[in-house]
Design a protein around this ligand. Structure first.
Ligand code: UD1
Length: 336
């Protein structure tokens, strides 16, 4: 029985592929390389010394997708095939709704046809909008997303809720990621944002490497310990292990719709990030204080208790590991 990873060549998909292969699981990856490339697949094989089947297809292509289900015994699906750039989603809402929401519907409908009903979905802390309080539990109010990307996550969560209500033989797990950073310790795979990055860690890394001149710290007048924005950064390897644990729960217990926050439970400010990065890597990060970025919130971090109690999962890597591994990856990219 195989696990299908849609978007399995992407940032979080590829790291999860490694954790599954290391556990001796059989996987099938589909990816259209819209935000990844063939090299990632080679590197997954190099890191794990294991092989897997791959199809270069768009997960929205129903005919091709059915072929994958025909040719393999797929028992569960982890859906990583979402577009994820917040700014781009504002420019291209139709593309985002089509790829993320229509794509998820096509995938779920195809799964139903082949009686494959174990589904893990990559959601985001963005579904909490501006949280009422921190740390955020899974019961906190959702809604108030500020961009199409975030709204697609919320919509898919709703679709999954309705689907489960209509047919409780589905086993569904929604994972709400906080801020994924870092990369595999080998430096062989990681995140390669196209163009100038929007997210903090990729930006810091490029300032340190000299590719970008200076980091703008967006606001130092928030109600946080040092005035800069506080987030829950989580190492991508920890996050990937969370998927393995979620899958194991569905396989053992099944029949339910489960929602988990995947975060460390600790919030770090933008300046904490800058200083820890400098300490961990020995590189200087040139920065200036700039105005707040529209749509940003002061603080967002998880209460990860539920995942600990029900999945037996806790994030183990610390901020220094995240900084070191992010830096290590960009250096191997630059050496290529
Ligand atoms: C953003 C998205 C979120 C997505 C997440 C992926 C928004 C509103 N939210 O979260 O939907 O799931 O990325 O990781 O866009 N910062 C700077 N300078 C920079 C970049 C960022 O000071 O050049 C600050 C921000 O103001 C914020 C913190 O760093 O306080 C983190 O920002 P970022 O990495 O963009 O993540 P989020 O905004 O939390």
């Amino acid at each position: 029985m195989a696990i299908l990873l849609t978007g399995g060549a992407g940032y979080i998909g590829s790291h999860t592929a490694i954790e599954l292969l290391n556990k001796g699981r059989e996987i099938v990856i589909i990816d259209d390389f819209s935000n990844s490339n063939e090299k990632v697949l080679e590197n997954i094989k190099k890191i794990t010394n294991k092989d897997f089947k791959f199809y270069q297809i768009d997960y929205k292509d129903r005919e091709q997708l059915e072929k994958v289900f025909e040719e393999n015994k797929i028992d569960s699906v982890i859906n990583f095939a979402g577009f994820k750039a917040v700014g781009e989603s504002v420019q291209k809402p139709l593309e985002y709704y089509f790829n993320n929401v229509s794509g998820a519907i096509i995938l779920l409908d195809t799964m139903r046809k082949y009686d494959c009903k174990k589904f893990i979905f990559s959601s985001s802390a963005t579904v909490y909008g501006n949280p009422e309080r921190v740390p955020i539990t899974e019961n906190s109010r959702v809604g108030g997303t500020t961009n199409p990307y975030g709204t697609t996550k919320l919509m898919i969560e709703k679709i999954l809720e309705d689907l489960y209500k209509s047919d409780n033989t589905w086993d569904i797990c929604v994972l709400r990621y906080f801020n994924p950073v870092g990369s595999h310790e080998s430096g062989l795979i990681g995140e390669e944002p196209k163009g100038i990055p929007n997210n903090l860690m990729p930006y810091i890394v490029r300032v340190a490497s000299g590719e970008l001149e200076q980091l703008s710290v967006f606001g130092n007048d928030y109600e946080t310990p040092d005035g800069t924005g506080v987030r829950d950064y989580i190492h991508v390897v920890d996050l990937s292990i969370g998927h393995v644990k979620a899958l194991e729960k569905l396989e053992k217990e099944g029949q339910g719709l489960y929602i988990y926050n995947l975060g460390t439970g600790t919030g770090y400010s933008v300046l904490d990030m800058v200083h820890t990065f400098e300490k961990a890597t020995g590189q200087k990060v040139n920065y200036k204080i700039a105005p707040r970025r529209p749509g940003d919130i002061a603080a967002c971090y998880a209460d990860p208790t539920k995942a600990k109690e029900e999945l037996g999962w806790v994030a183990e890597k610390n901020l220094e590991d995240m900084c070191k591994d992010s830096w290590n990856y960009i250096q191997t990219v630059q050496r290529r």
